[in-house]
Design a protein around this ligand. Structure first.
Ligand SMILES: [Zn+2]
Length: 283
């Protein structure tokens, strides 16, 4: 695979009992960081995988029914934690970001989209179709705050092309089909359905020959894919498909067993985040 550089950031967190994320977990309240990745591609420049939360989350969730989202998911976020502000400190302006790959449209993944005026958005069409017309209670139930999407989203979105399919390397073959996003084998997307329809996971290798698989919310904690632990039955209430969720989690689990050196990164795992936060971007 063509190598890229990557650095991970956290933009806010929410809290939930750990036992919701893994059914053998404790009922004590845990923090679930909202992690996003900056990928530097040799030709396509700065690319984000998700954005985490933003200040706009509070504005968009202040009135009913969207307030129900904030009430059921307590969110902690400081203005300086936004993707835009953190990248700026890192020497990358909002105008420099050319693409944002969207894993799915929950508010903790798309909170910062409006901050990046030049970015084109890459996602699975099925993921966008599932939420694009939802408003009010239906949107809230789907974890979607419509005001987080830029008004011209439809003009800026690029759907993953069906004809960009590639055979995955044998060590990744617990997944059937990969999509070569830039046609150069640098970023390979796969579908991770269940948590939502059309969730996008991403394979890539960095210049230190470390391989990554970003799996968004295919599970919330690393132990879930490592030991194949399902979430609490209550969590099924928010999933698009429980059967697909378990199938996806099982594939990630098998992949981990087959390929233990692959860095599998769930967006909200604080153990994974602790390790990632020390990674230095090398140019
Ligand atoms: Zn999430």
């Amino acid at each position: 695979m063509k190598p890229v550089n990557v650095k991970f950031f956290q933009a806010g967190y929410c809290t939930h009992p750990e036992a919701i994320a893994i059914r053998d977990g404790k009922w004590k309240i845990s923090q679930f960081p909202a992690v996003f990745a900056l990928i530097l591609h040799p030709e396509h420049g700065a690319i984000l995988y998700d954005t985490g939360y933003s200040e706009l989350f509070y504005q968009e969730s202040k009135d009913f029914p969207y307030r129900l989202y904030a009430l059921t998911t307590p969110v902690y976020f400081q203005a300086e934690e936004s993707a835009a502000k953190q990248l700026q400190k890192f020497g990358i302006s909002v105008a420099d970001v050319n693409y944002i790959i969207i894993s799915h449209f929950h508010a903790d993944h798309v909170g910062g989209l409006r901050d990046f005026p030049n970015a084109q958005f890459i996602c699975f069409q099925s993921g966008y179709t599932a939420i694009k017309n939802l408003r009010g209670i239906a949107a809230t139930k789907a974890g979607f705050l419509p005001g987080l999407l830029p008004n011209n989203f439809d003009k800026r979105v690029i759907f993953v092309e069906e004809d960009s399919t590639v055979a995955l390397p044998p060590e990744y073959d617990t997944f059937d089909t990969g999509f070569d996003l830039f046609g150069d084998r640098s970023l390979i997307a796969v579908e991770l359905p269940g948590h939502v329809t059309g969730q996008l996971g991403l394979f890539f290798t960095d210049t230190d020959k470390q391989s990554y698989f970003l799996i968004a919310d295919a599970c919330w904690l690393s132990r879930a894919y490592q030991e194949f632990i399902q979430p609490h039955p209550l969590a099924n209430l928010i999933f698009a498909s429980k059967r697909d969720y378990i199938d996806t989690l099982h594939r990630v689990h098998e992949l981990h067993k087959l390929n233990p050196s692959l860095n599998i990164i769930p967006t909200h795992c604080s153990d994974a985040w602790r390790k990632l936060s020390n990674l230095q971007l090398t140019f």
